[in-house]
Design a protein around this ligand. Structure first.
Ligand code: ZN
Length: 114
C-alpha cells in the first residue's frame, strides 16, 4: 500500500521536527491531500492508526484537508475547480489546453505539539 510508506514519511518528518524542537508529544497532524495526488485519505487515516503506535504521535489525530483539482484554461482564460479527480477538458469551453495548478499536493500543513 502506497499510503503506508507515505505515512511513514510523514511520521518520520514530524517526529524529527518534534525532537529537534524539544517537544514530547504530538497532538495532531494536518495534511493537505489533493484529489489528483493519487493518495486516498481513508487509506492514509488507516495506515496512520497502525503506524503511530510507539511513536511521539501515538495519541495524535490525523486531520486531512482535501484539495480539489483546479487550474486555468489557456483558451478561455477561466480559472476552475472541479469535483472530479481528473479533468479531460475545460469545464467552460471544452478546450484541452488547460493547466492544472492545484490538486496534486500531499503535504504536512501543521502539527500541534506539547
Ligand atoms: Zn476554457
Amino acid at each position: 500500500m502506497h499510503e503506508a510508506s507515505l505515512i511513514l514519511n510523514v511520521l518520520d518528518t514530524v517526529t524529527r521536527k518534534c525532537q529537534e524542537e524539544g517537544y514530547k508529544k504530538i497532538n495532531s497532524i494536518r495534511l493537505r491531500i489533493g484529489r489528483a495526488s493519487g493518495v486516498l485519505p481513508d487509506a492514509m487515516t488507516f495506515a496512520f492508526e497502525i503506524t503511530k503506535e510507539n511513536t511521539l504521535a501515538a495519541e495524535a489525530s490525523l486531520l486531512i484537508d482535501i484539495i480539489p483539482v483546479g487550474g486555468v484554461c489557456k483558451a478561455c482564460g477561466n480559472d476552475f475547480e472541479i469535483e472530479e479527480n481528473y479533468l479531460t477538458s475545460c469545464p467552460y469551453c471544452k478546450a484541452t489546453t488547460f493547466e492544472i495548478n492545484q490538486g496534486r499536493e500531499m503535504e504536512i500543513v501543521e502539527m500541534d505539539v506539547d
